[in-house]
Design a binder for this molecule. Structure first.
Ligand code: FE
Length: 256
């Protein structure tokens, strides 16, 4: 979940495609080539299908206008360009309206492996292919609507962030009996792609209450991942998320 920097207006933000330098295109190609080889054995097939539908290639930084034409026709979603991390209120408001905030800048050649905050390789390469999947975006929209409804309640937002974190960012899905990755935080990291599927971290079944009770860290590989059976399962858990969130907020208010 993204906090801190406030983007007061989005109206004047757009991707200036001509502004990408040769280094930008090279960085995109290196990151793309390096990660794409890991994905056939690791990523959910819905990601791989989405990647083809959305037409991303190593040779070209995605053009938001072209990407949006495809996305709109498939699920009605679109990307909106943002400068960087947007505050939670705006983040959820945008997504409850089927708008996915994405940065347009790319890391430098000197920071291929370490980044202070998500760049376009994370926001676009890792997140966008799954935005072609209807059940997944229905979940994303519904969870964002919950966030939007609780925008003035930082406790609720913190709890909801856990659900977002362990699904949209760091979720696994079982396919043919094997765990596969759908979380974008993993898909944009070659290291965590390997680690998340290894025997080292703990693998739990998707469990809303357990996730609501699980704080997370952003600065390390996760030590646990939650596995869903289908994207419909996520969408079908929305009422449970709402209920669990309200109960937990109430308890925290009473008992501190
Ligand atoms: Fe992300």
């Amino acid at each position: 979940m993204e906090t801190k920097k406030n983007i007061p207006t989005l109206k004047d933000m757009k991707q200036v495609y001509e502004a990408y330098t040769e280094e930008d295109h090279k960085v995109w190609k290196i990151l793309f080539d390096r990660q794409i080889v890991n994905l056939p054995e690791a990523a959910t097939r819905e990601y791989l299908i989405g990647l083809e539908k959305i037409n991303f290639t190593a040779d070209q930084i995605p053009n938001f206008e072209e990407t949006n034409e495809i996305l709109r026709s498939l699920t009605g979603w679109e990307l909106v360009a943002v400068e960087g991390i947007v505050d939670d209120g705006l983040f959820f408001e945008l997504m409850s309206n089927k708008k996915f905030p994405a940065t347009t800048w790319l890391r430098k050649m000197s920071e291929l492996d370490y980044l202070e905050e998500p760049d376009m390789f994370h926001d676009v390469f890792a997140h966008v292919p799954l935005l072609t999947n209807q059940a997944f975006v229905d979940f994303l929209q519904a969870i964002s609507q919950i966030g939007h409804d609780h925008a003035d309640d930082p406790v609720a937002i913190d709890l909801l962030s856990r659900v977002y974190w362990f699904t949209v960012e760091f979720g696994l899905i079982r396919e043919n009996g094997e765990p596969r990755i759908y979380g974008a935080g993993i898909l944009s990291s070659a290291g965590e792609t390997e680690f998340s599927l290894s025997p080292e971290p703990r693998h739990f079944e998707y469990h809303v209450e357990q996730i609501l009770n699980t704080p997370y860290r952003k600065d390390i590989f996760q030590d646990r991942y939650f596995i869903i059976d289908s994207y419909e399962q996520l969408y079908n858990s929305i009422d449970e998320i709402k209920r669990g969130l309200n109960e937990k907020v109430k308890k925290l208010l009473i008992f501190g």
